[in-house]
Ligand binder design. Sequence first.
Ligand code: SF4
Length: 346
Amino acid sequence: MITRSPRLLQRTDAVSAASIHRTESWQTQLSRAVRDPRELLARLDLDAAWLPGADAGHDLFAVRVPEAYLRRIRLGDPADPLLRQVLPVTAETRTPPGFVTDPLAEAEHTPRRGLIHKYVGRVLLITSPACAINCRYCFRRHFPYAENSPSREQWQESLDYLRADTTIREAILSGGDPLASSDARLAWLVEELAAIPHLQRLRLHTRLPVVIPDRVDDALLDWLAATRLQTVMVLHINHPAEIDDAVIAACARLKDAGVTLLNQSVLLRGVNDDVEVLAELSEALFAAGILPYYLHVLDPVAGAAHFDVPDGEARALHRALRDRLAGFLLPRLVREIPGEASKTPL
Ligand code: SF4
């Protein structure tokens, strides 16, 4: 039985106000996400000329945009940096050499169903096959979730794997988006993990507090605050316009629950390939209590080549960013290379 932590009773006025204005549960918001390209264009006052490309991209990787994210996109602007992350386009049907379905070779590092063990001391658990939003550049857009969605019984195999390897210090819940799972399921899993003596940290890779800030509700905060594991949440925010008042309030609640907040971004053509945008992003992240952690260059996944920023340009942007920001606001520019023992700095 999980009990409420006293930390959770210390809420800011802004947080309380955000809760009062909530109208729908996160589950309802998730189920009502826009899933039709025609509806997406209509809602955003975009020309029907975008429809053939949107349909073609949608056939490869379905559209999914929750209302809370949709509200942050400018109407009638096909170049909006948030829209570019979610609108399928014709370019997704073109796959230049080097862009593949499994760019990080994850299939080679899956010793148990739903478990990826690539790095020393850390194991990643595919906790949910679903996301609240489908990001067009996602390196897992072709991931075989159906083959990697364990039942509760199959979870025992993964837990046995963690119990048997005393070098593992950290469990990473990923997906999909792990917070797309129910709190009952997550609370059970985290209790099982916390019972493994050599595990010290729990990490969650999630975009849900950003795209549906109401996901950060009491049920989530209860199990986060109750676990003995040190908890780190790595959010995924690419542009400062993604950080609105509701996101700031959600982050405040997570910090009240003792969660360390980090952010990883992907450097994306037409979204954030601009030093002013990246500097503003770092400032906005820190103001919301989130440390800029990684700036990833694009993983070469089939369907996302139009987002690619060449390495030379990425390095020049990062140098310019370094000249603008305090060191603790500068994310590390990295690439993930299959087979390497860690992320590779550029
Ligand atoms: S896993 Fe992350 S990047 Fe990929 S679609 Fe889901 S939220 Fe977006």
